[in-house]
Write a protein that binds this ligand. Sequence first.
Ligand SMILES: C=C1C[C@]23C[C@@]1(O)CC[C@H]2[C@@]12CCC[C@@](C)(C(=O)O1)[C@H]2[C@@H]3C(=O)O
Ligand SMILES: O=C(O)CCC(=O)C(=O)O
Ligand SMILES: [Fe+2]
Length: 356
Amino acid sequence: MPSIISSEKQLDLYSIKELPESHAWRSSLDDDGSRNINVESIPVIDLNDDKFAIDRIGHACKTWGAFQIINHNISQRLLNDMETCGTRLFSLPMQQKLKAARSSDGIAGYGVARISSFFSKLMWSEGFTIFGSPLEHARQLWPHNYNKFCDVIEQYENEMEKLAGRLMGLMLGSLGITKEDVKWAVGPRSGCSALQLNSYPACPDPDRAMGLAAHTDSTIFTILHQNNTSGLQVFREGNGWVTVPPLRGALVINVGDLLHILSNGLYPSVLHRAVVNRTRHRLSVAYLYGPPSGVKISPLSKLVDQRNPPMYRPVTWSEYLGTKAKHFDKALSSVRLCAPRIGFANSKDQSGVQVG
Ligand SMILES: C=C1C[C@]23C[C@@]1(O)CC[C@H]2[C@@]12CCC[C@@](C)(C(=O)O1)[C@H]2[C@@H]3C(=O)O
Ligand SMILES: O=C(O)CCC(=O)C(=O)O
Ligand SMILES: [Fe+2]
């Protein structure tokens, strides 16, 4: 299988003692304001009480585009098992990981972030994407011992699928929409999904490096588990980059571009990034929740009228992923039909994306 990773691009970040120029994003004198730790952070929402949660979720989606959830029914044991799988995978020797490298035309496998091609500097991270069965890649990674990995992935995906269905219901509820208004969102296997494992090794010069550059997710929403090391930051107009503190057992929900489209811009997708750390290895696992293949996503008809015309044209998830791969931060505006509403700023189009 051809690899898109040249040995020059995929350095073994664990063994590097000094930040190479290829990974230096800014001079150590630059300050982007992200060390301002006194600002409020994204809301933490308790899912124990649906009625209470709906309003809070609606408010969080409008104002932050992100929130953390607690009491979500995903066991701490499964979160730990998933973390162990990630650690096992990324601790393999580079030559072994490259056996499961993402192919040039593929989605799944080991590699640098897909958005790397839009930047002149390389990111201080490595990733592994699971789309469909992980069996083939797991066999390449652990020829004699791949079952445990596949079992945990299967359990994690099943639990995440249930949680995503529930969250989708709550998010639609907060927009005044019932699941029955969105036929594909009802019932088991109501969406399609991918799993992204991200690894951020400890970095000798974290202030000049970038773990994962600023982006929005091409999903309806993303459910993110981070280990106990901070690094995720969301961008908020007026506050700048705000760190999302890891809370044991909590999961982070990020609004993606497809919910932005479905909600006709009422729930804007959140610009986020990951920064790195001098002493600690960071791991995150993103459940990327999207619609079933073939389903066209467009602004929900109940949210559209003469005063609020549809702002986006219909797209399937795979069409949108193709658009994102080509236009990156301009993807959302490339499917836009009309100018944003007055007072509605799409910060993603100016993006704040930092090119090295
Ligand atoms: C379904 C997908 C979303 C994603 C591209 C992908 O095909 C699989 C990896 C996803 C990911 C994870 C890290 C950040 C991101 C921008 C990237 O480079 O790969 C996202 C992509 C996305 O949301 O557009
Ligand atoms: O590692 C993180 O916290 C962010 C990961 C992320 O944004 C992604 O996988 O899309
Ligand atoms: Fe993301």
